[in-house]
Design a protein around this ligand. Structure first.
Ligand code: DCP
Ligand code: CA
Ligand code: CA
Length: 370
């Protein structure tokens, strides 16, 4: 029997982010209700609240409500209203994300103030170690940038996200694999991604109010009502089952180069002279991005303009250009043995990227930008 290693996933979410960023550059705001608003410009008070700090939330002022209502609810307080300064929040976010990256085996940013970290390897699968790691991250982000965040630790992304919301601000909630179902059961179904107002009303009509109700509900009936794909998703989600990997956006991409040879040829040296140039360029790009590749492909456009490609998976991810050179040469050699035509254009494609384990370069640039 193969037992899958239990993952340790962390979701980090910055506390009352836009408003906290405003407090950071103007500490005099602390202790007062702070409202960051998206002013639509029609009248002085038209627009909506982007976010507010916890003082303002005590008065019922939260994301999405109209600004005029926020003003009314905060009448008689020392409330400060500020317009959204997205560029500034983005700068703060970039710095923090670079710190988070240092603590992850795999990293996935999911918005300006949120990211998933897979820390399975570096914690050896141990949740206590993950809690300690979160405390270390909290200190680093507080000391280096001055912002607090909340975190959820769980065996998958779905549960980590829900857990991150339990203790805010500056909190951590860990849900062990054995606790997942018990943790989810009492929560309302709309805590699940994809359960909005319409779906939760539909579920309520079936007698499903909590995630526990949903987990116990006959999966066949769920599929009849919501369709096979969505029904299956709801059933798994209610049990806290989510196999989605933590993966940096763009990691599934490839890098390729293709160019025309001086003359049509079947000569391996002429071909590899060209591909060596391409490899040099690709080498710069992967160094810059700090990635390793596992898949190597060649492309050959023949004299009759048909295009052929061959691909090989390496045993493990690498950033070694010598390995790339050898693999490309071997692939072309094998290909030429099979084909009679001359080649006009040659290309290389690498894919299946992973992030390098040490990210010294990013660390250095972080401190340089401070
Ligand atoms: N945001 C927005 N409009 C919304 C919701 C959010 O402009 N309707 C912006 C402002 C938030 C940021 O996105 O600061 C992050 O959103 P969150 O939902 O994470 O909320 P906060 O970080 O503000 O608060 P919390 O402490 O609850 O995470
Ligand atoms: Ca947040
Ligand atoms: Ca968020």
């Amino acid at each position: 029997m193969t037992t899958l290693q239990t993952r340790v996933i962390i979701l980090v979410d910055l506390d009352y982010f836009f408003a906290q960023a405003e407090e950071l550059r103007n500490p005099a705001l602390k202790g007062k209700p702070v409202v960051v608003g998206m002013y639509s410009g029609r009248t002085a008070d038209s627009g909506a609240v982007s976010t507010s700090n916890y003082e303002a939330r005590k008065h019922g002022v939260k994301s999405g409500i109209p600004l005029f209502l926020a003003k009314k609810r905060l009448e008689g307080t020392e409330a400060v209203f500020l317009p959204v300064d997205y560029d500034y929040y983005q700068q703060i976010s970039d710095k923090i994300m670079q710190i988070f990256r240092e603590y992850a085996d795999a990293f996935e940013k999911v918005g300006i103030d949120e990211a998933y970290l897979d820390v399975t390897k570096r914690t050896g699968g141990d949740f206590e170690a993950a809690k300690a790691l979160v405390q270390e991250m909290k200190r680093a982000v507080k000391n280096q940038v001055g912002i607090t965040f909340s975190a959820g630790i769980a065996p998958d992304k779905l549960v980590a996200k829900i857990a991150s919301d339990i203790q805010k601000p500056d909190g951590v909630t860990a849900v062990l694999p054995s606790e997942v179902e018990r943790f989810l059961a009492p929560l309302p179904v709309d805590k699940l991604l994809g359960v909005g107002r319409k779906t939760s009303a539909k579920m309520a009509s079936l007698g499903i109010k909590t995630i526990g109700d949903l987990a116990r509900y006959d999966p066949k009936r769920l599929m009849e009502v919501f369709g096979k794909t969505i029904g299956t998703y709801f059933h798994n989600a209610a049990k806290g089952v989510d196999n989605d990997p933590v993966q940096e956006a763009g990691e599934s991409e490839s890098i390729s180069r293709i160019s025309t040879l001086k003359e049509d040829t079947r000569n391996l040296d002429t071909i590899t002279e060209k591909t060596d140039q391409q490899i040099e360029e690709i080498g710069k790009e992967i160094a810059q991005r700090g990635i390793r590749f596992r898949q190597v492909g060649i492309i050959a456009v023949m004299t009759d303009l048909t295009a052929k490609s061959r691909m090989q998976m390496l045993e493990q991810p690498t950033n070694d250009l010598e390995v790339l050179r050898k693999t490309v040469r071997a692939l072309f050699e094998k290909y030429l043995n099979k084909s009679e035509l001359e080649i006009r254009r040659v290309g290389i494609k690498i894919a299946q990227f992973t992030k390098e384990e040490t990210q010294q370069k990013q660390l250095t640039s972080f401190f340089a930008s401070k």
